[in-house]
Design a protein around this ligand. Structure first.
Ligand code: 4AZ
Length: 855
């Protein structure tokens, strides 16, 4: 039940509270006057001498006064609170079973509309008058629209209830009712209303508050797209404090498909933010809402919604004064699906929820009966799965779900497999009346029951993995079943307390690899000691004392009180020359330096799309998701390397990209073209993409073409880049900036999607983790220098590859800002196990960058 209903009159809980307080104070004062006035406060003896009689009188008076207060309080509560009137608007719909729909009913100014609306209003009044909990409190009703399907009338009714009756009334209005009213004198038939229901309305969306200039009715034309936008889109922001609605209709028997093509509303920040809602009816009834949207969505995010009948209502409530362009949407009608689901009698195939990857419609049930050849079993693999609804507890699946073999699946799930022990399986999909999602894409396969994964290991989830991955310390099965019941190899594996096996070099590396921390036990320092990042033990008293006692700065990195300390190579130096004992204080939204220099030059590391999409079937990046990513092309060769934008004129890249090779002069800036704001290599002239020539290439003078040490270059653009929603700079980390082991970082690029493969057309993104430097050195012996860092997964799978070189490693830091942690440099192959990618550590080069660019 919402708490912010309109309150009529001056009553309500707040007033009640104040009233009670006042009356009890008043009573108390009277009482105290009698008891205290004659007793000087400092004369305790005198108090004692007055004896028990006086004391009893005083207590009696206080008790009496308290009782009186209680009684008064109760009366105030009874009259002011229990009887306080609460004004409520309910939105509802009802079906007129024996009326024919006329086109004129779509126009609320037509005589036909007005006549039928009057009849409905009278009927509602009559209906309410027969219900004791509603009748006396009904104030007014109005019909807002009619739609087809016999005739559906959408209406609102206003009530003014005593507060104590609200819940009962709400319940009563949510019950479906049918009413037959007797024929009127000149009418030929009775007036039959079925399915009369209503629900409390967000008071901000009550019809009475609707701005007529922002209320639109649109009817789909054939199967053509009809476009609509928020007022002023895209040149001016939508109005502040607006209440807008778009009533969308199609022909009888059709359903509607609505797509938001562009969506930029104020960021979602809880109740009170701007909100767009889509309803599967023409009334803003919460139980029929399909989606509530706020914030910004990149264009690649699927915002297509299907209705279950021929109407949809889109509403916009704005409570903020923030300036945002709003949305652009299109809709069209299509014939209602006669059935969904089906019969498959084949060895393999695919199926999906209706309209996938668009949002499936509400109120739908589909069943797929799958039968593979008799001697085989069947398994179903869900490749993408989005059946999430707000307020559904994980594992309960009470709303939308997929049911297979008695088990229900819902929510958002990574790829999973359901296996059947027979040649048949039935998959049932159910969506309820509210909130829809993108649904699922599934494939079914037949397998030999005696050997479900020929030559491979079968995870308990049904997935097949290479036999060599069993008991290797990495959970390759999502349920860890490949790492259960293992005999660890004592030569190179550590046995965790929970019996998992992990490589020895992960023990005491500061990362809980076992999951039960047993690999990190016994590594700690004695009591009252602090363990440095480099493993050294120090007395706790030396932590945060302003001295770098560890030698790696870790004892001064996380101190609750930021203070000015002696400068070391691990403390951040403010412009004033003073140092602070806080890790990564730059651009974190808090001023740590007295001169504010840690928060200066912070126009970096922010992307324009506040809402990032879920990854659907792959790792394609979204437009504007990595606005500092640059693609460097060489004449006649296309994309060769990546780079990152750090200012309007400077890019950071890898030195090895600009070394002359086999007679080709890669060091010549005139051969290169930089593409900024690019997502798809095949769309280099797409809107927003900027093409720039290079003026200068500065390779690091210490770059070693054999070891790839100092693999960094600065590229100067001939013309200034123009910042936009898809072109923005990344933040550069200070020399002292720490990207700790285990931190998740993103790598992006158009490089090969597998070793020896081909480059990607769409910018790819992959989430990888910072690997401890000692582990990095032991995995790539004699090859790693302090200018390099390993980032990736030792299990392999996600990595940079050929063509990603020069591109950025983007790390989301405090305050949501993105700092570049590294530059893609080299690796032993791509995505191999125990061979993470190697990156140029950018923080090492902060001063060198400043020296050459002034940044
Ligand atoms: C390359 O050739 C390359 N796996 C870049 C990164 C990695 C391997 C190769 C890391 O540009």
């Amino acid at each position: 039940m919402k708490t912010n209903r309109a309150r009529k009159g001056g009553g309500g809980p707040k007033d009640f509270g104040a009233g009670l307080k006042y009356s009890s104070q008043h009573q108390n004062m009277n009482g105290l006057e009698e008891g205290v006035e004659f007793l000087p406060a400092n004369n305790t003896k005198k108090v004692e001498k007055r004896g028990p009689k006086c004391w009893v009188v005083l207590v009696a008076v206080v008790i009496g006064v308290s009782l009186l207060s209680l009684l008064a309080g109760f009366l105030v509560w009874h009259f002011q609170y229990r009887n306080v009137q609460v004004q409520m608007i309910f939105n509802g719909y009802l079906r007129l079973t024996n009326e024919k729909f006329l086109d004129a009913y779509e126009n609320s100014n037509s005589t036909e509309f007005v006549n039928l609306a009057t009849k409905v209003k009278e009927a509602l009044k009559l209906l309410y008058s027969g219900i004791p909990i509603l009748g006396p409190y009904h104030k007014e009703s109005a019909v807002t629209a009619f739609s087809e399907g016999s005739v559906i009338a959408y209406y609102w009714s206003e009530f003014s209830f005593p507060k104590r009756l609200v819940e009962e009334a709400e319940w009563s209005l949510a019950q479906e009712r049918a009413v037959t009213l007797p024929p009127r004198a000149r009418a030929h038939h009775s007036f039959v209303m079925a399915s009369v229901v209503a629900f409390p309305t967000d008071p901000r969306m009550a019809q009475t508050t609707l701005d007529n200039s922002c209320s639109f009715a649109l009817h789909a034309r054939g199967s053509e797209l009809t476009r609509f936008t928020t007022p002023g889109f895209p040149d001016s922001p939508y109005p502040a404090r607006a209440r807008c609605q778009w009533a969308l209709r199609g022909d009888a028997g059709a359903v509607l498909s609505l797509t938001f093509r562009s969506f930029h509303v104020a960021p979602c920040d809880g109740y009170g933010s701007d909100l767009v809602a889509v309803y599967n009816t023409l009334s803003p009834m919460e139980p029929h809402v399909l989606v509530q949207l706020c914030g910004t969505y990149p264009p690649s995010y699927n915002l297509t919604f299907l209705s279950s009948q021929n109407v949809l209502l889109v509403t916009l409530i704005t409570t903020t004064d923030r300036r945002h362009p709003g949305f652009e949407a299109t809709f069209f009608q299509l014939p209602k699906m006669s059935s969904c689901g089906g019969y498959f009698r084949q060895a393999q195939g695919t199926f999906s929820s209706p309209y996938h990857p668009g949002h499936y419609p509400p109120n739908i049930n589909c069943t797929w009966n799958i039968e593979v050849p008799d001697n085989r079993n069947v398994k179903v693999r869900f490749k993408s799965f989005y059946l999430a609804e707000p307020d559904v507890a994980l594992g309960t699946c009470t709303k939308d779900y997929v049911e297979i073999q008695g088990a229900r699946y819902c929510g958002q799930r990574p790829q999973f497999v359901v296996t059947s022990n027979s040649s048949r399986v039935t998959v049932h999909f159910h969506s309820d009346q509210s909130y829809t999602d993108m649904g699922f894409l599934a494939e079914f396969l037949s397998y030999d029951s005696s050997d479900p994964c020929p030559g491979m290991f079968t995870c308990k989830t049904g997935r097949c993995i290479r036999k060599g991955l069993r008991c290797d310390g990495w959970a390759d099965c999502t349920d860890h079943s490949d790492e259960l019941n293992c005999e660890c190899n004592p030569a190179h594996q550590f046995t965790c307390k929970n019996k998992f096996c992990k490589p020895f070099f992960w023990v005491c590396d500061g990362v809980n690899d076992c999951g039960d921390s047993s690999d990190e036990l016994g590594c700690s320092c004695p009591a009252q000691n602090f363990r440095c990042g480099n493993g050294k033990c120090l007395p706790k008293s030396q932590q945060c004392d302003g001295q770098d006692n560890c030698g790696d700065g870790s004892d001064e990195a996380t101190c609750s009180k930021v203070s000015t300390v002696t400068c070391t190579k691990h403390t951040y130096r403010c412009h004033s020359g003073l140092c602070v004992n806080k890790a990564n204080p730059e651009c974190d939204g808090k001023q740590d330096c007295a001169d504010g220099s840690d928060e200066k030059d912070c126009d970096c590391g922010l992307r324009s799309f506040s809402k990032q999409s879920r990854v659907v079937g792959g790792q394609d990046a979204d437009v504007g998701e990595w606005p500092w990513q640059v693609s460097l092309h060489v004449q006649g060769q296309g994309h060769v390397c990546g780079a990152s934008l750090i200012s309007p004129t400077w890019l950071v890249s890898a030195a090895h990209c600009y070394v002359d090779d086999r007679g080709f002069r890669y060091s010549d800036p005139t051969l290169w073209t930089a593409y900024l704001g690019l997502l798809d290599q095949s769309k280099r002239s797409a809107p927003g993409v900027q093409e720039h020539r290079l003026k200068r290439i500065i390779r690091h003078p210490s770059f070693n073409d054999f070891t790839y040490d100092y693999d960094i270059a600065l590229l100067e653009l001939e013309q200034r880049a123009e910042y936009s929603s898809v072109v923005r700079p990344v933040c550069l980390p200070d020399t002292t900036h720490v990207f700790p082991a285990g931190k998740a970082i993103w790598v992006t690029g158009w490089g090969h999607t597998k070793e020896g493969g081909t480059g990607a057309l769409i910018l790819q993104k992959g989430e990888i983790r910072v690997i401890n430097q000692t582990t990095c050195e032991s995995l790539l012996p004699q090859q790693v220098t302090t200018r390099m860092m390993c980032v990736g997964y030792l299990s392999g799978g996600v990595d940079a590859c050929q063509g990603d070189s020069g591109g950025p490693l983007s790390s989301v830091e405090a305050d949501g800002r993105i700092f570049q942690a590294g530059v893609v440099s080299w690796g032993e192959g791509c995505a191999r196990r125990d061979k993470p990618g190697v990156y140029t550590r950018l923080s090492v080069f902060r001063d060198w960058i400043k020296e050459h660019t002034g940044l």
